[in-house]
Design a protein around this ligand. Structure first.
Ligand SMILES: [Zn+2]
Length: 255
């Protein structure tokens, strides 16, 4: 999620699958919460299309490097189709489109404190900026830098609406963007994704959503549960994020 300025929607609740008893503002959290097994990751990787195999070019400036990674992301047509079949409204076709949107709208991307524990990134409409959890500020771990670029994809999905509201369907659509980016990176950098990362932004963030969106279960029940657990307080739909297609996922998150 990660919208930081849904001021009208300050509903506190527990995140049950995080085993947390701390009430948080659910509108501000982008965390994801369960661990998953290495065999499962390898299965996901082998499911991905032909691998491209590159090496990240890092300069030492974390945000510049994340933005450079962002520009190079190419969503697979097969993956886009997969998302559309789940009922997702895929609103960008590549990392370059996302990077251009950031540039053309003068959106700042900065490290800062998050509004709630566990959030990895936020869209701050009031200040026209995307913030990344400042605990990653000094990272030189390429897989975290790549994960930051994926989280930026999610936030730009929120930014594109230019509104103050979100919804379960909007989160689904934005989560699909970080997942499409993560799928690209799995093909581009298979070695980096060979092992589980302990970084929260990966194990409870972008990697988990690839597992959920590409779960062999045709009903994607874990994905539906995840969205209801995390975003069930939000309305079902918001502008630009209508559940126009009836799929097990869109029906599930509408209940
Ligand atoms: Zn979000």
């Amino acid at each position: 999620m990660i919208i930081s300025n849904l001021r009208n929607n300050n509903i506190n609740r527990n995140i049950s699958d995080n085993k947390s008893t701390t009430a948080v503002n659910s509108n501000n959290c982008y965390d994801v919460f369960s661990r998953f097994s290495l065999p499962y990751i390898n299965a996901i990787n082998s499911y991905a299309s032909a691998q491209i195999v590159k090496t990240p070019q890092l300069s030492g400036n974390t945000l510049n490097d994340a933005m450079n990674e962002l520009k190079n992301i190419v969503f697979s047509q097969e993956d886009i189709k997969h998302m559309q079949n789940l009922g997702v409204n895929v609103r960008f076709n590549s990392g370059k489109e996302i990077a251009d949107f950031i540039k053309n709208n003068n959106i700042k991307v900065e490290f800062d404190k998050m509004d709630c524990d566990g959030a990895h990134a936020q869209w701050d409409k009031e200040n026209n900026r995307i913030t990344i959890n400042d605990k990653y500020k000094n990272t030189n771990d390429p897989v975290i830098i790549i994960a930051i670029s994926e989280a930026i994809c999610h936030e730009v999905g929120h930014a594109k609406d230019a509104d103050d509201v979100s919804s379960r369907k909007e989160e689904l659509d934005c989560l699909a963007l970080n997942t499409l980016a993560n799928r690209y990176h799995r093909r581009a950098y298979p070695k980096l994704f060979k092992e589980n990362s302990e970084a929260e932004i990966l194990k409870n963030g972008v990697n988990l959503y690839t597992e959920l969106f590409f779960d062999p279960d045709p009903k994607k029940e874990k994905l539906v549960k995840r969205i209801l657990d995390k975003y069930g307080d939000l309305p079902v739909e918001s502008p630009n994020h209508k559940t126009t297609m009836q799929t097990p996922v869109t029906v599930g998150i509408s209940k």
